[in-house]
Design a protein around this ligand. Structure first.
Ligand SMILES: [Zn+2]
Length: 142
């Protein structure tokens, strides 16, 4: 059974990944890897698609990201957060108006072929489509 230290319940139950909340400050792990990858591959910028709602459950996210921006600039990599103040529904509307097919995007915490429809990220996705006034083409398990 797979467990992450500090998390009291397993992520896998009966062979099925169960919904779990995003790991707070996961960007502390992911972003340095992205910065190192960008440097290795010769890219000059890493763009994080965080939206306003992401900052609501990580109150100090802006400070953490700004420190990671400093880290990137030390090795010549710009770290950008162009959507940090934008609600998810607005980013969805902006994306579809720019030609994005939302069925090509993925929000679910479970990593299955289709969205579970139950986890917090799937709930936010469904709400974003409603608030944007767009039909939701997402295939959900439930
Ligand atoms: Zn889900």
């Amino acid at each position: 059974m797979f467990r992450i230290k500090g998390v009291s319940v397993p992520f896998i139950e009966k062979g099925w990944l169960r919904p779990h909340e995003p790991i707070t400050h996961r960007n502390l792990v992911i972003l340095p890897i992205a910065i190192a990858f960008a440097k290795e591959k010769g890219y000059g910028e890493v763009i994080i698609a965080s939206v306003k709602e992401d900052c609501e459950y990580e109150k100090d996210r802006i400070i953490v990201i700004s420190k990671l921006k400093e880290l990137g600039s030390m090795i010549g990599i710009k770290v950008s957060t162009p959507f940090a103040l934008m609600p998810k529904w607005m980013l969805l509307r902006l994306g579809t108006a720019s030609g994005l097919d939302p069925s090509d995007t993925y929000s679910c915490l479970l990593g299955h072929a289709y969205h579970c429809g139950q986890c917090s990220q799937c709930q936010r996705r469904k709400e974003a489509f409603k608030q944007a006034g767009l039909s939701d083409p997402t295939r959900y398990y439930s």
